[in-house]
Ligand binder design. Structure first.
Ligand code: 4AD
Ligand code: MG
Length: 507
């Protein structure tokens, strides 16, 4: 008898197989036990029929606790209604370990509780699906760059210098010296690109940010390509193709996973087929502050429209709650009552989200109206801008003061630096930051001093401008930000197996 993975059951229709896994859920019927088994590769229903197995096996199935591990044998039969399209008619069952009472049940749990139990939470179906999507995105990223002839190279994690400003550095010691955990592999990426032409790094990066937001991690994974003989226009073309490639790939290969997390991916089709709007910072600010319209509307008008819509939706849902609660007061069957209670719970959750929206929209309007030209775009500004388009936006030509020391100044307008940020739609905001690099040694030295960075730590970097300096550009994609958007998650903490954030070092 063949030992198979659940994801391969389709190749064994009407055959007898053996699988090893864990019990994730269970339901009982008349003389039947329906075991939902997961083996890491997938989920499948296994039916234990009292009349078809010996008494001992049936008793085992009946008493099995959630997350007990087991081996079972049975026949694979097609059933379109089941997850994966197949189920197993059990013939025999062998227990590997009876689980203690598992803390994460099928009841709703608070997020902090789930985070404290992250090591166990990873087993839930939703987390399983997100991790598989993350895996596919990683695979697509490597495929994209390898197909384009890039060489993957690794930057060190211990560094002696800051890259992205000194305020978010994690300080540590390296033997007797002061050192930092890297914020970005870019500077090393530039050196490697001068050796190899086109490279990408893919490694952990660290930012000490003492704020709890839905988009910040203290440790995250970044993909940083760096290309010799590249300007920022070529950089933007590459970013656009790259993002399109990932979306197309993940949509094609993760249909089952998207179904599990109820992520509608139709919005990807337009993104894959249309050119991303490229806005100069100047123009983006005009749109943001309502001085320029998009499709005949200003941001303020659009947001006011959203606000009214949210108010209506809240009213409508409150009415539905009222109706369901009235119906529950009457004498109805337990099943119906359960159904109504679920409906009420869902509605109340939706109302809570809408109330949050109702609270933030006026804040967004205010921050858009009062935005000061020359400052960096904040999270809410990004949300407002992307609200006007259903495509990722590329904002380029930034005031040089808000960008890092290494950004290339625009020869035609020295107020500007040739940086680009990519803002994801659906409220996600910045997923990519990049740009062309300064090649002029004197300007670089000036910038290093302006940012009060220790010149000595950057001597090696300046060498790149002394020995065959060439125009070059690159960017960094935050993997977890990408996963959050692709999966449409409310918070970045679910995008990585063990998130490290302000206030969270365990498990
Ligand atoms: O915009 P950032 O700071 O750019 C750089 O680090 C450049 N050196 C990249 C380059 O040109 N090679 O960061 C790049 C991306 C952001 O757009 C965001 O997606 C992600 O990294 N990122 C974070 N993700 C999660 N948590 C954080 N605290 C992040 N900070 C940045
Ligand atoms: Mg950035």
């Amino acid at each position: 008898m063949e030992k198979v993975l659940i994801q391969n059951l389709k190749n064994f229709e009407n055959q007898e197989v053996s699988i090893s896994g864990w019990l994730t859920n269970k339901r009982s019927g008349k003389g039947l036990e329906f075991l939902i088994i997961r083996d890491g590769s997938g989920f499948t229903q296994c039916i234990v029929d009292e009349t078809k197995v010996n008494e001992k096996v049936f008793q085992l199935a009946k008493e099995l606790s959630q997350e007990s591990s087991l081996k079972l044998k049975g026949k694979v039969v097609k059933d379109e209604r089941q997850i994966g399209g197949y189920e197993i008619q059990v013939q025999s069952l062998e227990i590997i370990h009876i689980s203690n009472s598992f803390p994460i049940t099928n009841k709703p749990h608070g997020v902090e509780f789930l985070m404290d139990n992250r090591h166990l939470w990873l087993r839930s179906k939703r987390q399983w699906a997100i991790m598989r999507i993350r895996n596919r995105i990683i695979f697509a990223i490597h495929n994209f760059f390898q197909n384009e002839g890039f060489v993957q190279m690794d930057a060190p994690v211990f560094t002696g210098n800051a890259v992205e400003g000194t305020t978010t550095l994690f300080e540590t010691t390296f033997y007797e010296e002061k050192a930092y955990l890297t914020q970005s592999g870019q500077l090393y990426g530039e050196a490697m690109a001068m050796a190899m032409g086109r490279i990408y790094t893919f490694g952990p990066t660290f930012r000490a940010e003492k704020s709890k937001t839905r988009r910040h991690l203290s440790e995250f994974w970044m993909i940083e390509p760096e290309m010799a003989f590249f300007n920022n226009d070529m950089n933007m073309d590459l970013i656009e193709n790259f993002i399109k490639y990932i979306l197309k790939d993940v949509k094609e290969h993760c249909t089952q996973e998207f179904e599990v997390i109820e992520r509608d991916t139709t919005s990807f089709d337009k993104i894959v087929n249309e050119r991303f709007p490229r806005l100069t910072y100047d123009y983006a600010v005009k749109i943001l502050t309502g001085k320029e319209k998009v499709d005949g509307k200003t941001t303020i008008e659009t947001l006011e429209g959203d606000y009214n819509e949210v108010m209506h939706e809240i009213e409508d849902k409150l009415k539905q709650v009222q109706e369901a609660e009235n119906e529950m007061k009457q004498s109805i069957k337990a099943g119906k009552k359960n159904f109504l209670q679920n409906k009420v719970d869902t509605l109340k959750n939706e109302i809570k989200d809408l109330e949050d929206k109702k609270r933030v929209i006026p804040e967004w309007i205010n921050s858009a109206k009062t935005f000061e030209y020359g400052s960096d775009l904040g999270g809410s500004d990004e949300t407002v801008l992307t609200r006007m388009f259903d495509l990722p936006l590329m904002v380029y030509n930034w005031p040089h003061e808000v960008k890092a020391f290494y950004m290339k100044r625009d020869e035609k307008d020295p107020r500007l630096a040739k940086g680009v940020d990519v803002l994801a739609p659906e409220g996600y905001g910045e997923i990519v930051g990049g740009g062309e690099r300064e090649t002029n040694e004197d300007l670089l030295i000036e910038k290093i001093n302006e940012h009060q960075l220790p010149m000595k730590a950057f001597e090696w970097y300046l060498d790149l401008r002394r020995y065959g300096s060439v125009p070059h550009a690159g960017f960094g994609l935050g993997l977890e930000r990408m996963v959050a958007w692709v999966c449409k998650l409310k918070h970045i903490r679910e995008t990585i197996p063990f998130p490290r954030m302000y206030g969270r070092l365990f498990p």
